[in-house]
Write a protein that binds this ligand. Structure first.
Ligand SMILES: Nc1ncnc2c1ncn2[C@@H]1O[C@H](COP(=O)(O)OP(=O)(O)O)[C@@H](O)[C@H]1O
Ligand SMILES: [Mg+2]
Length: 288
């Protein structure tokens, strides 16, 4: 394995696993994959929390959450000793948004974009604020899976997401630019590992998304990216591609998961997301 030099035994703070959906490019399907995977895991009987770490709050919008409520931003600032006094105290229960499907949400808000500035001068480690929060709030005990939807950057919010994760899933669009983006991303993982702050999360899989069978170039771009993934992870850590599907656009416009639809056109998507949920479960079992 290329990554994993700092691997240690898991502590006993709960068995729940944290998984980030990452790619510094926007529009590759992080939010879409994270949202539907959360519902796929809930379908299997798991208790799932989704954490929206993107100030653009697309995920929170999908959950139909109103603006101006308390967000993950308040919880994170409350975790930092030096900042605590300056902010109103909030707890998990004040912020979490619960749904009947067994998927809960810690929503984001625009103000999360000021996170980096807010913590710029604190002495405690800035990279592990989310990790610390997850531990303090005992979230690994409350949930089987905590899925983090990341913003399209490689900034402090993403570093925090990586540092709190056990695993990462990387959706990408199979084009030339993605190749460069993935190379940057792997380099960043290497940098984080070198900091020796945390045990680096495992790459669970990559998801080629928004394939368009009419673009000939795509097949060869995808092939090259698969070679890169094999080189970096030492493994074939990618799954069958998702094509550009009207059903995904339609369900998201209605703020619904693909499991809210039972018609024939949705079956292949159900199967694809069921496979992702099974893959996550196998990865989890293998790490026990
Ligand atoms: N496989 C797909 N087929 C059709 N539309 C998709 C697919 N995956 C994502 N989309 C759409 O593409 C846009 C960008 O996806 P999104 O998940 O928001 O990306 P990101 O979170 O990486 O910025 C959204 O409008 C989403 O509905
Ligand atoms: Mg997004």
């Amino acid at each position: 394995m290329f990554f994993g030099r700092n691997k240690q035994k898991l502590d006993d703070k709960g068995k729940g696993k944290v998984i980030s959906f990452l790619n510094q490019k926007g529009g590759v399907g992080k939010t879409t994959m994270c949202f539907n995977t959360a519902y796929a895991l809930a379908q299997k009987g798991h208790k799932v929390l989704v954490v929206d770490m993107d100030p653009q709050a697309n995920m929170s919008y999908l959950f139909g959450r109103e603006e101006n409520e308390k967000s993950i931003f308040n919880l994170l600032l409350n975790t930092v000793k030096e900042l605590k006094q300056m902010h109103t105290s909030v707890i998990f229960e004040n912020v979490v948004y619960k749904t009947e499907a067994g998927v809960d949400l810690l929503p984001s808000a625009q103000e999360l974009s000021g996170f980096e500035l807010c913590v710029a001068s604190v002495n405690s480690p800035r990279q592990t604020i989310l990790k610390k929060y997850i531990e303090q709030a005992g979230l690994r005990k409350r949930y089987d899976y905590i899925l983090v939807d990341c913003p399209p950057t490689l900034g402090l919010l993403v570093v925090n997401s990586i540092c709190s994760s056990d695993g990462v899933i990387v959706p990408f669009r199979p084009d030339d630019f993605s190749m460069k983006g993935l190379e940057h991303f792997y380099r960043m993982l290497g940098d984080i590992e070198d900091m020796e702050l945390v045990e680096l999360p495992e790459i669970i899989t990559h998801i080629p998304n928004l394939m368009d069978s009419r673009r000939k170039q795509e097949e060869s771009d995808l092939h090259e990216i698969k070679e890169l993934i094999r080189k970096v992870t030492g493994n074939d850590k990618y799954i069958a591609p998702f094509f550009n599907k009207a059903q995904i656009v339609k369900s998201q416009a209605a703020k619904k998961s693909i499991y809210d639809y039972n018609s024939k056109e949705y079956r292949p998507l159900h199967e694809q997301f069921n496979k992702i949920a099974n893959l996550i479960d196998s990865w989890n079992e293998a790490s026990l």
